[in-house]
Design a protein around this ligand. Structure first.
Ligand code: AMP
Length: 486
């Protein structure tokens, strides 16, 4: 609807795009895909720093009927090789350094540097700025987002057009978005939060985006008075609370602060309210399901809860042992069914089947409970997933790498509370010869793991606590090191 509008859609530090200009940029890129012989259903793998061009590549890929696969820019060459091997993309768009390092030299590539120079833009310039979108069915795949796997291998969650559209419409309505809104966008755009929740809502509602390359406290504080909505991970809110300038008057134009992707501490919720007068609205979602629940816009936003199921989405709590449905106040597995739920893991039939119940509910791996007034609380994670700064780290993947060192007998990687990151990755290691081992390990994982997955601390102990069945008791370790970063 906004395609021809001259209204400003995206405002960056040094440029601005009207809806019309953004639309034309997307069309040029879609035409480039067409002339590059990238066909419907082909995968386009994108590893780019956050930019408006990158957003336009997302929309262009969808318009050309292809499948968009964005990946975190901090992934290392072996991790990118895995994504290429698994998704078999027809095109890889990245900077020279990333392209140079891939093992599969048969893949078509397009080069765009971090400063937005490079041959890709040159090729775009000469394309036509009109494009007839390729027709897709609502159940066709629009995007694949990689989540880390508990076995150390990432899984590609296949999201359909209907998943994205239905969730966007639902959130647009319950969070009361309009074309008068201005969203402060500091989130990364390789993850559902910044890409689908934040960007899709603005595209759909005609809201303007104050587009920041990343979260930088001073810039966020400066932009708050010129925005009406902010979405963030809990870390953003704890960082904002550290600013002397955060107060009622700075945030008086904001109508809604939203938090998600990791648990928001009740303490942060209360402190934020007392400093600004705003009750943060917490919601719950995940890569495989988009958004599931949200605290109400008008009703009470309860700290420590993630609110009610979104309209049309079925959320239930079951006994993880036998799948039996549990009632109010009983802790169990959170299971989800609805138009928001993904269609499976790309090329992983076995993992897909084991993630769904017989009656079609997705088993989230999150443990939670409903209160008698219908609010959902997340109690913990069934899997040992660590969420550091809003990003998922699966301990197994880090443990497998640590165990490769011949001096490491065994390792357990846990998440420990951290004021800034929410949780910090900590490695507990049992080793024969500890001399220089920490330095050795740190350097051996340097180029193999993205920064957010690297342990913030390595601790040596004589043996790992185990239960009668021989399983490492991670909860015991978490209790021991709970105050490590106090
Ligand atoms: P991701 O797939 O990266 O979006 O991570 C999804 C996981 O983040 C969920 O399965 C939850 O464990 C966690 N998560 C998301 N939102 C919340 C929230 N509001 N409170 C607690 N955990 C959350």
């Amino acid at each position: 609807n906004f395609e021809k509008s001259e209204k400003i859609f995206i405002q960056t530090e040094n440029s601005q795009y009207s809806f019309k200009e953004f639309n034309q940029l997307c069309n040029k890129i879609a035409n480039f895909l067409l002339v590059s012989k990238i066909k419907a259903n082909d995968r386009v793998l994108v590893k780019l720093e956050k930019s408006v061009i990158c957003l336009a590549i997302y929309i262009a890929t969808i318009r050309a009927g292809c499948i968009y696969i964005p990946v975190n820019t901090s992934y290392t060459p072996p991790e990118i090789d895995y994504f290429i091997e698994n998704s078999q993309p027809s095109l890889f768009i990245a900077n020279y350094e990333s392209i140079k390092n891939i093992s599969n030299k048969n893949i078509k590539t397009a080069q765009l540097e971090n400063d937005l120079s490079g041959p890709f833009l040159e090729k775009i310039k000469s394309q036509k700025n009109i494009f007839e979108p390729i027709k897709r069915d609502k159940d066709d795949i629009a995007s694949i987002l990689y989540t880390s796997g508990t076995t150390g291998r990432s899984k590609g969650a296949m999201l359909t057009h209907n998943n994205l559209v239905s969730n966007t419409k639902s959130l647009f309505k319950i969070w009361k978005f309009s074309d008068n809104d201005i969203l402060l966008h500091a989130l990364p755009i390789y993850h559902i939060h910044g890409l689908f929740v934040a960007f899709n809502i603005c595209l759909f509602s005609g809201a303007k985006i104050n587009f920041l390359e990343k979260f930088e406290l001073e810039t966020v504080i400066e932009k708050l008075p010129k925005s009406t909505v902010m979405m963030g991970v809990p870390t953003y809110y704890t960082r904002m609370l550290q600013s002397q300038n955060l107060n009622h008057s700075l945030t008086k134009n904001i109508r809604l602060f939203i938090s998600g992707s990791a648990p928001l501490l009740s303490e942060t919720h209360k402190e934020f309210e007392s400093k600004t007068g705003h009750k943060i609205l917490e919601r719950y979602g995940m890569t495989e399901t988009n958004m599931n629940t949200s605290n109400p816009y008008d009703g009470e936003r309860k700290a420590g809860t993630v609110g009610f199921p979104l309209p049309g989405i079925n959320v239930r709590i079951t006994n993880p042992k036998n799948g039996e449905k549990l009632g109010v106040d009983k802790i169990g597995m959170i299971e989800i069914k609805g138009g928001n739920v993904f269609s499976g893991y790309w090329k992983m039939k076995k993992q897909t089947n084991s993630s769904f119940t017989k009656d079609g509910f997705f088993v989230t791996g999150d443990l939670g409970k409903f209160s008698s007034d219908g609010y959902l609380s997340i109690i913990g994670r069934d899997k040992d997933l660590i969420i550091s700064g809003g990003l998922n780290v699966y301990p197994k993947e880090v443990e497998l790498l640590l165990d490769q060192n011949p001096n490491v007998k065994e390792s357990a990687v846990i998440g420990v509370p951290h004021r800034d990151f929410g949780e910090a990755v900590v490695a507990i290691i049992v080793a024969d010869n500890k001399k220089n081992l920490e330095i050795e390990i740190t350097s051996s994982i340097k180029n193999k793991l993205a920064n957010f997955k690297k342990p913030k601390k390595i601790i040596f102990i004589s043996e790992l606590p185990r239960n009668a069945m021989g399983k490492v008791q991670k909860q015991k370790l978490r209790n021991i090191y709970n105050n490590l970063f106090d």
